[in-house]
Structures are given as C-alpha cells and as structure tokens.
Design a protein around this ligand. Structure first.
Ligand code: DAK
Length: 259
C-alpha cells in the first residue's frame, strides 16, 4: 500500500499492518481527516488476507496529544451533530483483527480514546496518559468516560476524569489500563515481537477470542458464556482447527491459513 495519506504513514510487513499517526509538529493532534484516514486503513487491513495484526503508533515525541483543538475550537453543537464524525470513529470498534497500540510520550484526550480502542497497549517508560478535556470546558466524547471506567472501575476513573490529571505509565499499568511498560528505545521492537507471535496463531481463533472478550465487558456472565460457546463451536468448522489438532497429534508445527 503506498502512502497516499496526508496525516498517517502506512506500511505492511510480515503480516503486520502498521498505521503511524504523522503530524509530529503538533504532537499528532487528531484532526477529522486523520480520523478518517486511520479508520479507512484499519478497515482495509481488516479485510486484507496478508495482514493478521494491526499496530497503531505515533511519529515523534507523542502518540497523540488529543483531538486538534484548533480545528474544533469554534464548532457549535449543531456543527458537531451535522458533521456526525463519530460514525467514522465508532467503526474502529468493528475491527476484528488484533489491534495493538504502541504508545509513547503523551496520550491525551482523543489520543487516549484512540489508544483505548486498541486490544493491547504497550507503552514506553515515561509516557503520560489522561483526559485533560475538563480543563478546556468539555469532556471526553469518543468513549473515554465509558472505556476508562470499564477498565479501571468507577473510583479511579472518576478521579482522573474530574481532575484532568496525567496518569503515569506506572499508574496505568497498576490499574490495568495498559499491558506493559517498555523502554522507549525498545518499544517498537518489543511490540513487533509480540505482534509477530500473534501472526503465527490461527487468525479465526484470535478473531473470535477478541469478539468474546469484548462481549464479556458488556454481557452478564450467562449470556457471555452462551456467546463464547457459539464461537467455540464455530471454530470446529475451520480448516485451522483440523490443522492445529492434526499437527499436535503428528508432533509438528501447525500451518494456519485463517480458513
Ligand atoms: N491540538 C492542537 N495542537 C496541539 C495539541 C492539540 N490537542 N496538543 C499540542 N498541540 C501543538 C501545540 O499547540 C504546539 O504547537 P506550536 O505552538 O508549536 O505551533 C505543538 O503541538 C507542541 O506542543 P507544546 O509546545 O504544547 O509541547 P509541550 O511539550 O510544551 O506540551 C502537551 C505538551 C501535550 C502537555 C501540551 O501540548 C498540551 O497540553 N496539549 C493539549 C492536550 C489536550 O488538552 N488534549 C485534549 C484535547 S481535547 C472527537 C474525538 C475526540 C475528541 C473530540 C472529538 N470526535 C470523533 C468528534 C477529543 C477531544 C480532545 O482530545
């Protein structure tokens, strides 16, 4: 895929699709065009048989310092309603492949909301995360209050959302918001290493595990387990289930095709 985009860099390598936010001069402030570029490439990768995992990162000294304040400062409620830009944003939640965020520097506001759309977050030492919207007279609007609360619980989420304070990578790890902290120098290398591990797993299993785990966040236990079971049964229709079990019996490595 050549880079015909204005605000992101796109690359495909060894079954990993890379999307890099690329407005480093403004700390990758997310404008509308960038959202639509991210979402359109993520959806393309999701349909691309050569991509098994998607990695999202930021160029320069931030993952993203939030939505572009200049762009939205004069918007009215009616402008926002008519722009209906959340339609684009919400499509990120439809991505079926594993989405890993490699986050460094700052992840604030819309940048943090974007990070929270990822399935796994690998974060560089010294990174700060948070929702400073309250300091601008607004509040998170792209899932921040919901996703953060579901991840860390009401008590701490309320504190961070009320105060607008920055959360250190260490605190984010402690409250289960991120997966691991990695030195800045090794962030991409370690993220790619983990992504590569996922490219070797059966894609349909990953897909249905992702779907089931996300349901666990919203469903009561019984309904969640029924959902899980249907996905478990479904995998027995796949060639990869036959291949995986046959490879085990034949004591060799499986070769998964995603079918
Ligand atoms: N928007 C626009 N420009 C930004 C920016 C932002 N969010 N963040 C930084 N920049 C720009 C700065 O203006 C500066 O530009 P120049 O002055 O050089 O032209 C450049 O990036 C470098 O920033 P600083 O000079 O400020 O760098 P520092 O290291 O001193 O400070 C900082 C870094 C991250 C602490 C600081 O830049 C900062 O506080 N930034 C703003 C953080 C913030 O308040 N973020 C929340 C924004 S509200 C939506 C989805 C989501 C949202 C809205 C709608 N839809 C889908 C509809 C979310 C809203 C938000 O995110």
């Amino acid at each position: 895929m050549n880079n015909q985009f204005e605000h992101i860099l796109v690359e495909k390598q060894n079954q990993i699709g890379f999307i890099t936010l690329n407005r480093p001069k403004v700390l990758n402030a997310i404008n509308r065009k960038m959202v639509s570029e991210i979402v359109s490439v993520a959806l393309q990768f999701d349909r691309d048989d050569d991509v098994r995992v998607i990695v999202l990162s930021g160029n320069g000294r931030a993952f993203a310092a939030g939505a572009d304040i200049d762009e939205m400062s004069n918007d009215s409620s009616i402008d926002l309603e008519l722009l209906n830009q959340f339609v684009d944003w919400d499509r990120l939640a439809l991505i079926k492949k594993p989405l890993i965020g490699a986050v460094q520097g700052f992840a604030f506001g819309g940048g943090f909301e974007l990070a929270l759309c990822c399935d796994l977050l690998f974060v560089a030492e010294g990174t700060e995360l948070g929702f400073p919207e309250v300091n601008l007279g607004v509040m998170p609007g792209a899932g921040g209050t919901q996703r953060l609360t579901k991840l860390m619980g009401k008590t701490k989420a309320m504190e961070w959302l009320f105060s607008g304070d920055r959360m250190s990578a260490q605190e984010a790890l402690q409250y289960g918001v991120i997966n691991r902290i990695i030195s800045k120098e090794l962030l991409m290398e370690e993220t790619i290493k983990f992504a590569k591990k996922l490219t070797e797993k059966p894609p349909l299993s990953l897909r249905l595990i992702k779907e089931s785990v996300l349901k666990a966040v919203d469903y009561p236990l019984y309904e969640g387990m029924q959902f899980e079971r249907k996905n478990f049964y479904l995998l027995f229709s796949s060639e990869d289930q036959k291949e995986g079990m046959r490879a085990f019996i034949e004591k060799r490595n499986p070769n998964y095709k995603g079918k």
